[in-house]
Design a protein around this ligand. Structure first.
Ligand code: TXA
Ligand code: MG
Length: 329
């Protein structure tokens, strides 16, 4: 990863990529903001765990999150903003969501709400879902960063996929050194447990227990929370068989198109739309949902897709394509 900002302390890796450790001073925040604006990844502290942040409007930056974490799937990500007012520009709140936000934000609560299309959020953030997860963290450094960035920051926990969530900058470095531009060091996280996630179906349901006790939410609402329907469990949106399918029938691993098909290409192939002419996985991931949607909007009947190498981000791309191609129910 190339960067031009002054390091405060650096960790050099075998690959010579450098992850900067930025202090909680204004100069550290300035560097973090520059990285975010440049589409680079910056880990930052929240009161729950450290998040791996990217500009949520930048497709390539969001794709880099999945690459750095080695996530085999495009699980949807949480968007972090500085205020409820900023969250309203991204998601649609009903009366219940309003009450929860008023009671618990800033704090360790995430709300999954209908996404405003006009918000310009990369479709990779919500993994193509019509909903989006948002939260307003309380940690002062996170608040300063988000306030000054003045835009939405997508951030999963800043650990390698399948590993434990980090609660200190050293934990982040341990897992992601050399894979991300910087980590903003805000010390140890107070809560140390991920945020509680509430969805609406349409009544509030607990999608993930977390740092805010469910009882506190139930007291606020005056009613018990519903249990998450199996299909809405936080880990599982991507596991629903044909969840993100376009209307067209799909044929995968297709070296070329046959009559009646359009070809969604990858690499140096003659095709109708190309995920990445140069065969770059980050670019392909960034384009995936945009291109599937574009073909859907053209009302094509059959989409053939070039073979995508099944390593790195290619695994997540293939996972998503296989779901899109799964038999419809
Ligand atoms: O405390 C936290 O929540 C931390 C800090 C960094 O904010 N973040 C975090 O993110 O734990 P992550 O990616 O590790 O977990 C986010 C969870 C995932 O399980 C994901 O499936 C769920 O949120 N999620 C995100 N968007 C969703 C959506 N639209 N519908 C259902 N679940 C969603
Ligand atoms: Mg996580």
């Amino acid at each position: 990863m190339e960067n031009t900002h002054q390091p405060e302390r650096s960790v050099t890796t075998m690959t010579k990529s450098i992850t900067q450790i930025l202090t909680a001073r204004d100069s550290g925040i300035d560097s973090a903001l520059n990285f975010l604006s440049d589409g680079c990844l910056v880990a930052f502290p929240t009161e729950t765990v450290y998040g791996l942040g990217a500009d949520a409007r930048n497709d390539i930056a969001v794709a880099k999150i999945f690459e750095a974490k080695g996530r085999p799937r495009f699980n949807p990500l949480i968007i972090h903003v500085a205020s409820t007012e900023a969250a309203r520009k991204i998601a649609m709140f009903d009366g219940t969501a309003d009450r929860l936000a008023a009671a618990f934000w800033p704090g360790p609560l995430t709300l999954v709400l209908p996404l405003r299309k006009s918000a310009g959020i990369s479709p990779l953030v919500s993994a193509g879902l019509p909903t989006v997860a948002v939260r307003v963290p309380a940690q002062p450094l996170a608040h300063k960063l988000l306030n000054r960035f003045n835009g939405p920051v997508a951030a999963p926990s800043a650990n390698l996929s399948g590993k434990i969530s980090p609660t200190s900058a050293d934990h982040v470095i341990h897992g992601l050194s050399g894979k991300i531009a910087a980590v903003l060091d805000g010390g140890t996280c107070d809560v140390g447990l991920e945020s509680t996630i509430i969805g609406f179906a349409p009544d509030p349901v607990l999608l993930r227990p977390g740092g805010l006790p469910a009882e506190a939410i139930e007291t606020c609402l005056g009613t018990p929370l519903g249990a998450a329907p199996v299909s809405a469990a936080p880990i599982s949106p991507g596991q629903l068989a044909s969840h993100y399918a376009p209307d067209a029938l799909m044929r995968l691993n297709a070296p070329k198109r046959i009559t009646g098909e359009v070809l969604l290409g990858f690499g140096n192939v003659e095709c109708d739309l190309n995920l990445s002419p140069s065969g770059d996985m980050v670019e392909a991931a960034a384009n995936l949902f945009h291109h599937l949607r574009a073909l859907d909007e053209q009302k094509v009947q059959r989409i053939a897709v070039s073979p995508i190498p099944n390593h790195g981000l290619g695994r997540a791309i293939n996972d998503r394509l296989q779901r899109a191609a799964a038999p419809r129910n």
